[in-house]
Design a protein around this ligand. Structure first.
Ligand SMILES: Cc1ncc(COP(=O)(O)O)c(C=O)c1O
Length: 397
């Protein structure tokens, strides 16, 4: 099982303080199926085989008849011409690579992001590189630091590997931005400082100046991981320019959000080649190399559609702001957002409120333990948000 990880990778993991017993867990995280089969029966120490409900993002009950504003997907699919480009590749599906689709994707990203091609790696979504960064730069001696609440995938990876995880609360006085100075003070020798901007679940931005400060002040050997899954929904500046400057920064992007490709699976990491080489050493570049050509073709086309990106962002903003107007009129507290999601404070436990919305045919998002009275709501289409507001008037009386 452990031989799934390259010899260099095993030696390097041991040198950083991981034990041989953790190799199976790491192999499972990095998509090595033989290792995963051996490891998952003990999933989370339950002593039974893992089921899809053990892993939240694998648990997908059939919600076809509901308004689905619970999981931060886009309300609609890929841009029409991008979908046509993807459909054209289906008949070429007998080939692993029918032409130069993968390199075309990287070339397009390089143009749009003003980054050298050497600094861009595609993945089947951004979840893999997110976990992989924790494996690569954290260790039993060097922890993970994140905001709270934030997207929890890195927390789960750290827990799975017994890596220390320090969570720094978001504060209203700081406009719910990730508090980078408090993060550094909370663990001055961490391996990874994770900044999600706009943040999931609040949709709040962290100024790139704050991210640059963290990069300049973090300890040697650590990296700043900037998760920009929702960046296209805002007009904020990307942290990718720090990657172009060859700083110790990794930026993650996904096509699962504004580009409407969650089920197609495509994402990017942007980093200087040395950092990518470290992330790739465990599995011989396997995961980044096994992409669906349909996803690559759809993503490649989508990247270049600047006008459609703006149009979709504006459509989302209009639906979000109309919803905010309704919440204000009802006197319901929410956090202003720069993304396709927002937090509503019900002032009572969020679980029963979610259940009440489900009875109205509306699937709203989950709550985070730190804010038990608040739910995350994804911004759907204008019509879906009208239905949400109508249901809200029946649920919150
Ligand atoms: C902040 C953030 N990062 C990463 C992801 C992972 O997305 P994917 O694996 O679909 O690219 C998500 C998904 O919801 C997310 O919210």
């Amino acid at each position: 099982m452990t031989s799934m990880i390259s010899k260099e990778g095993r030696e390097e993991l041991l040198a950083r303080g991981y034990s041989r017993r953790q190799f199976g867990r790491i192999a499972a995280l990095l998509g090595m199926p033989v290792a995963a089969a051996a490891t998952l029966p003990k999933f989370m120490s339950t002593g039974r085989a893992a089921t899809t409900t053990d892993i939240p993002e694998m648990s997908r009950p059939d919600k076809r008849n509901m308004v689905r504003i619970g999981t931060n997907e886009c309300w609609t699919g890929p841009f029409p011409s991008a979908a046509v480009a993807g459909a054209a590749t289906v008949k070429l599906g007998n080939r692993y690579e029918p032409g130069d689709l993968r390199s075309q994707l990287i070339t397009n990203a390089s143009k749009v992001e003003a980054l050298p091609e050497s600094h861009i790696l595609p993945w089947p979504g951004s979840s893999d590189p997110l976990s992989r960064v924790v494996v690569t730069f954290c260790s039993p001696g060097r922890g993970l630091v994140t905001a709270d609440p934030t997207f929890e995938a890195s927390w789960r990876t750290a827990a799975w590997l017994n890596v220390k995880c320090t969570k720094v609360p978001l504060r209203p006085e700081n406009n719910y931005a990730t508090d980078v100075k408090a993060m550094l003070a909370a663990d001055p020798n961490a391996g990874v400082y994770y900044v999600c901007s706009p943040n999931n679940p609040t949709g709040t931005l962290t100024p790139v100046a704050d991210i640059a400060w963290l990069v300049a002040n973090k300890p040697a050997g650590s990296i700043v991981l900037v998760d920009e899954a929702y960046l296209h929904f805002s007009e904020a500046k990307s942290a990718a320019y720090l990657v172009a400057q060859n700083q110790d920064v990794i930026v993650l992007r996904t096509f699962s959000k504004l580009f409407g490709m969650a089920g197609l699976r495509l994402g990017f990491s942007f980093a200087k080649p040395e950092l990518h080489a470290k992330m790739m050493r465990y599995d011989g570049k396997n995961q980044s190399g096994t992409l669906s050509i349909v996803a690559v073709a759809v993503g490649s086309s989508s990247l270049l559609q600047a006008q459609n990106i703006v149009r979709r962002r504006n459509e989302m903003i209009a639906a979000r702001e109309a919803t905010f107007a309704h919440l204000r009129q009802r006197g319901i507290t929410y956090i202003p957002s720069d993304a396709n999601m927002f937090i509503v404070d019900w002032k009572k436990p969020a679980g029963p409120v979610k259940a009440a919305f489900a009875e109205q045919g509306i699937d709203i998002g989950r709550n985070w333990p730190v804010w038990p009275n608040a739910s995350r709501i994804t911004v759907g289409s204008a019509g879906e948000m009208e239905r949400f507001c109508g249901a809200l008037d029946r649920v919150i009386v």
